[in-house]
Design a protein around this ligand. Structure first.
Ligand code: AP5
Ligand code: MG
Length: 225
């Protein structure tokens, strides 16, 4: 099913967690600008060199850099099978640039889905987050621990990593950036009639069920206007 969707939501809303599940369930690809930028930082590419300090400070990387990264990725052939944008767009100029690049390729967005989570829940979600060093599978100390402590459910890896920007001070800055610069894209998509919402405060499986229902085109189930 080649659908193209955007998952919108504050830091810790569950975008990455759900994008990975939808990727497996629907055969779509997850396009996470955060993951792409972290890979660029780790590899020391020119984009990574520019992004490193900005990300560590919890600020947004300049639009032209992120738009360039996503334009290159969407141009690759596997994007034709459908994609989940996770963490992009994050500003109105990014949303406008996305519309333009999709129109040029004869593509469109099928769903823009806001994951609604109270600010108060986000710090705990982010401070408890970790991932498998080998395969990247995501976990949480309290909400999503591995089935066997210290062993990745997915690949059996035993080393785990925490993100450099997952500390209380940077999370606050990321949240401020979200409210100031990203939340204004909600009315942008609402005006186009493309915006849907799910209750991101629900348990992880319940959120997946709500998102799946939207992707399957079922009205109702977990959808909040
Ligand atoms: P990015 O990597 O996109 O970070 P973010 O938006 O801050 O979002 P997170 O990845 O922190 O949260 P998530 O929603 O994916 O939550 P997750 O599923 O992991 O961006 C990082 C930085 O890169 C930015 O600050 C910026 O500098 C730069 N950047 C990236 N894109 C950019 C752009 N377009 N423009 C400019 N700059 C850009 O879940 C969090 C935790 O909670 C996990 O441990 C999970 O297990 C747990 N959890 C998930 N769902 C639930 C649930 N329902 N109940 C309980 N726990 C849950
Ligand atoms: Mg993420």
């Amino acid at each position: 099913m080649a659908v193209n969707i955007v998952l919108l939501g504050p830091p810790g809303a569950g975008k990455g967690t759900q994008a990975k599940r939808l990727q497996d369930q629907f055969g779509l690809i997850q396009l996470s600008t955060g993951d792409m930028l972290r890979a660029a930082v780790a590899a020391g590419t020119p984009v990574g060199v520019k992004a490193k300090a900005i990300m560590a400070a919890g600020q947004l990387v300049p639009d032209e850099i992120v738009i360039g990264v996503i334009a290159d990725r969407i141009a690759q052939p596997d994007a034709r099978n459908g994609f989940i944008l996770d963490g992009f767009p994050r500003t109105v100029p990014q949303a406008e640039a996305l519309d333009k690049m999709l129109a040029q390729k004869g593509l469109r967005l099928d769903h823009v889905i806001e994951m609604k989570v109270d600010d108060g829940a986000l710090v705990e979600r982010i401070s408890g987050r970790f991932a498998c060093k080998k395969c990247g599978a995501g976990y949480h100390d309290r909400f999503q621990p591995p089935k066997r402590a210290g062993v990745c459910d997915n690949c059996g890896g035993t080393e785990f990593v925490r993100r450099a920007d997952d500390n209380a001070e940077t999370v606050k800055k990321r949240l401020d950036e979200y409210h100031a610069k990203t939340a204004p894209i909600l009315p942008y998509y609402r005006a186009k009639g493309a915006l849907k919402a799910v209750d991101g405060m629900a348990e992880i499986d319940a959120v997946t069920a709500s998102l799946s229902a939207i992707l399957r085109g079922a009205a109702g189930a977990g959808v909040r206007a």
